[in-house]
Design a protein around this ligand. Structure first.
Ligand SMILES: [Zn+2]
Ligand SMILES: [Zn+2]
Length: 360
């Protein structure tokens, strides 16, 4: 269907998964011409997000093969459409999860286009012209400029790439709970992976007391010494968890493996909020008691709007916050995905798409 659209004239070199093995191999495909609202981006770096792994292996049953993953994209603009006033050739930019939204609903009109019910993702989505979207594991991207953000000059393009998904995913719930400008709150971060380590950095930058809650005692030193966490609770240690009861104002749960929520909720003060951004593939076990007896709230959050993403990047520039990364070559994508599946990465793989590893 879709890929027969007449304006698919630009040949792109990329990397795709072709079946449920999830194995990534070189793949040549076409992108649309640069339209009046588009910018063309020479891709320099692309982060490897856990979501890429799920799509590559069709874990959610919705993959359209071949799939070119990647939604943590940084690069340089090489062409701008006639309607585009905000960007020019040579600008350092990023593209995250969003490729298109309806632009008309209440969410699009209030800069919450991430909640538009017609949103289409940067890969494995359907663009306005009916074509399937292909992501950042490729050397060039044509993107609608309304979903493009600027990378601050002082941030390296490789370590900035994961801010486009991991960064905004944890930034938005902090902002939503008014934690950007009300310091000295006690916040908890459950899980210390790609998302969790960014949340610790934001929490410290915004002046909070940060407690990491993890199943791995081995992560305590790293959490405190490298990331600056103030406290560390081992979630499987009931004495630890007992001692932490009713101590936290807010908790962000980044864990995507199934885990009990009750003991985590008990750590919240009365009226505290647990925000969930990890997505276990099975339902939570949840007793009503920690909610009732503590007047606590559980809510969820998915990425962020474009305006909010720019706000996050600007704050990252101001506080010099980037992701801790391991840069890999395109030939190492499969090996990196295997390691990611085992959580063997600190804390994000980033593919050096343009092959220069320069600190642009
Ligand atoms: Zn992602
Ligand atoms: Zn909309």
């Amino acid at each position: 269907m879709a890929q027969e659209a007449p304006n698919l004239t630009q040949t792109v070199s990329g990397w795709a998964a072709h079946d449920i093995s999830g194995k990534i191999s070189p793949y040549t495909f076409k992108r649309r011409e640069n339209g009046i609202n588009d910018v063309t981006i020479k891709i320099l770096y692309c982060g490897i997000c856990h979501t890429d792994l799920h799509y590559a292996k069709n874990d959610w049953g919705i993959t359209m093969y071949p799939v070119v993953p990647g939604h943590e994209i940084t690069g340089v603009i090489t062409e701008v459409g006639s309607n585009v006033k905000e960007f020019k050739v040579g600008d350092r930019v990023g593209v995250g999860c969003l490729a298109a939204t309806c632009l008309e609903c209440e969410f699009c009109k209030s800069s919450q286009e991430n909640y538009c019910d017609q949103l289409q993702f940067t890969y494995n989505g359907i663009f306005w012209d009916g074509t399937v979207t292909y992501g950042g594991y490729s050397d060039m991207l044509v993107a609608d400029h309304r979903y493009v953000v600027r990378i601050p000059e002082n941030l390296p393009m490789d370590a900035a790439a994961p801010l486009l998904c991991a960064g905004i995913t944890v930034f938005t719930p902090l902002k939503d709970s008014s934690l950007l400008d009300s310091p000295k709150k006690k916040i908890g971060i459950v899980g210390l992976g790609g998302l969790g380590h960014m949340a610790v950095k934001f929490g410290k930058a915004f002046g909070h007391h940060v407690t990491v809650i993890s199943t791995s005692p081995s992560k305590e030193r790293e959490a405190k010494e490298r990331l600056g966490a103030d406290d560390f609770l081992i979630s499987t240690d009931s004495e630890h968890m007992q001692a932490g009861k009713r101590t936290l104002d807010f908790i962000l749960d980044t864990v995507s493996a199934k885990h009990p929520l009750g003991p985590i909720l008990e750590l919240l003060k009365v009226n505290g909020t647990l925000s969930v951004v990890g997505a276990p593939d099975r339902p939570f076990d949840l007793s009503a008691f920690p909610l009732i007896f503590g007047k606590r709230t559980i809510k969820g959050s998915i990425i962020g709007g474009i305006k909010e993403t720019q706000e996050m990047l600007d704050l990252c520039g101001k506080h010099e916050i980037t992701c801790d990364i391991e840069v890999v070559k395109p030939e190492e994508i499969n090996q990196s995905m295997d390691r990611l599946a085992r959580n063997d990465v600190r804390y994000r793989f980033v593919i050096d798409i343009a092959g220069n590893s320069s600190k642009l």
